[in-house]
Design a protein around this ligand. Structure first.
Ligand SMILES: [Zn+2]
Length: 469
């Protein structure tokens, strides 16, 4: 009997364990191309983690990759390449930074500009490290939603960073076709480097967060540092590019250094913190390369059955926001594609808010059918949602079109009643245009209002990421 029980435990324990995993994403923004001691810091951290059997993600700036190459630091490059390599913009803090150059541009033009400026940096990181970068994260708070389509074109599928512009319940989410680990709230913290030999308060925070995630079926914790923090007491970029300053290269100054002993203490703080996390049950360190495999594929199965369409229409008619339908989490874009009869695919949201000029309470069914066919064609050809859909010379905004379409699916009739769409995803986006973009490198008072507005329109693609079972 006891042996049978032991056998049961042996067989079942790993399953129970796998049911509530706590994934730790530990990442390092590897960006200081001015102070060469930061190269040594990256080397030391990568080697310490490798020795501890932990894999992390190093998000490398394009210019950092280039200076590692020109300084002959093959040792650093090889040590980092044992971990996952991400991308952290081409120049980081040299102006214009991404939000600065994206703010005057629309969605499509901004995506082109992001690709023009950042594509060469991605290529350099790939060439120097011999591997395609697996994730991106913006420098500072220099965020813009136009990066998403550009990153997909550049072959990057994960957005790994912190920021306040968009977030979903402190866990990873799908947005703009990328898996985002962003705005993680209580699930992002760190052991402070400046509190002594170790930060035991961070251990407690970690244990609390891990316990909370375990009890809700598992989840992710995001922890980040910069290698330069371990060797300097000020940031390399604040010393040169603060508030829009853009001195030429020969005027760049080096940031103030820590002493060698103090750096050693900092490495110890990280080493102990990692050892603590690693010793906890059900905790797994994962990289940005692992992440897409841990979450369910964002593309839903084809939803063309009557029950599927019915369930989708019932939701979309009243709520334009992600929702679980027939066992799948669907974004409003997923739902709209299903109702339009378009095969599931990654699409972008609309590029503008659009307007409804149709003033009658209903639309003749043949005219609405024509509009629906046109909308489906738009999505298939352009891989994004239209801002508005024409009924003859009049229009319905995308939310009104979607709700009206849903209503027509539920109650087919000779006259399709116009239903006003209710956008409910706005609550996942920041409203303050200044605070989320507050970064010492941006000009003082920099406003990202147009970026937030474009970002909210992409809320059509927003939905939680669900761990694969
Ligand atoms: Zn950075």
């Amino acid at each position: 009997m006891i042996r049978a029980w032991m056998l049961f435990l042996l067989l079942v324990a790993p399953l129970l364990k796998a049911a509530s995993p706590v994934y730790v994403v530990l990442w390092f923004d590897t960006e200081d191309y001015i102070e060469p001691a930061s190269d040594d810091a990256a080397l030391r951290i990568a080697n310490d983690l490798t020795a501890a059997g932990v894999r992390a993600t190093f998000k490398v700036v394009g210019e950092k990759a280039r200076v590692l190459e020109s300084r002959g630091r093959r040792d650093v490059i090889e040590a980092l390449a044992k971990h996952a390599i991400g991308y952290h913009s081409n120049w980081h803090s040299v102006h214009p930074t991404p939000a600065e150059y994206l703010v005057p541009l629309g969605f499509l033009e901004g995506a082109q500009e992001f690709e023009r400026r950042e594509g060469p940096g991605v290529a350099d990181v790939k060439r120097v490290f011999g591997t395609q970068p697996v994730c991106y994260g913006q420098p500072g708070s220099s965020w813009g939603p136009q990066s998403n389509p550009a990153l997909r074109r550049l072959g990057i599928a994960v957005y790994l960073d912190e920021g306040d512009q968009v977030g979903l319940d402190e866990q990873p989410f799908w947005y703009g076709g990328l898996l985002h680990v962003f705005h993680m709230g209580r699930n992002t913290f760190r052991a402070q480097l400046n509190v002594g030999a170790e930060d035991t308060a961070a251990y407690q925070r970690f244990d609390d967060a891990a316990q909370r995630l375990r009890s809700s079926g598992g989840g992710a914790i995001s922890i980040y540092y910069h290698p330069n923090e371990f060797v300097t007491t000020e940031f390399w970029d604040a010393a040169n590019f603060a508030h829009g300053a853009n001195p030429p290269r020969e005027m760049w100054v080096k940031p103030r250094r820590r002493t060698a002993e103090d750096s050693e203490r900092c490495y110890g703080v990280l080493r102990r913190f990692v050892a603590h996390m690693k010793s906890q049950p059900d905790v797994r360190f994962v990289t940005a390369r692992d992440l897409p495999g841990l979450y369910e594929n964002p593309l839903p199965r084809a939803m063309d059955g009557r029950a599927d369409r019915q369930a989708i229409a019932e939701h979309l008619m009243n709520h334009v926001v992600f929702h679980e339908v027939q066992g799948q989490v669907l974004s409003p874009a997923d739902m709209l594609l299903a109702l339009l009869g378009v095969e599931p695919e990654i699409v972008d949201g609309p590029t503008a808010a659009g307007a409804s000029t149709w003033s009658e309470p209903s639309i003749p069914a043949p005219a609405f059918q024509k509009a629906t066919t046109d909308a489906a064609d738009f999505v298939r050809r352009l891989h994004r949602l239209p801002a508005e859909v024409f009924i003859g010379a009049q229009t319905l905004s995308l939310p009104d079109f979607a709700a009206t379409l849903a209503g027509g699916v539920l109650n087919p009739a000779a006259q399709v009643p116009v239903i006003r769409g209710r956008i409910e995803f706005d609550r996942y986006f920041a409203t303050d245009p200044v605070k989320p973009f507050n970064w010492v490198i941006h000009p003082q008072g920099f406003s990202g209002a147009p970026l937030l507005e474009l970002g909210r329109l992409q809320g059509w693609t927003l939905k939680p990421a669900r761990l694969s079972r």
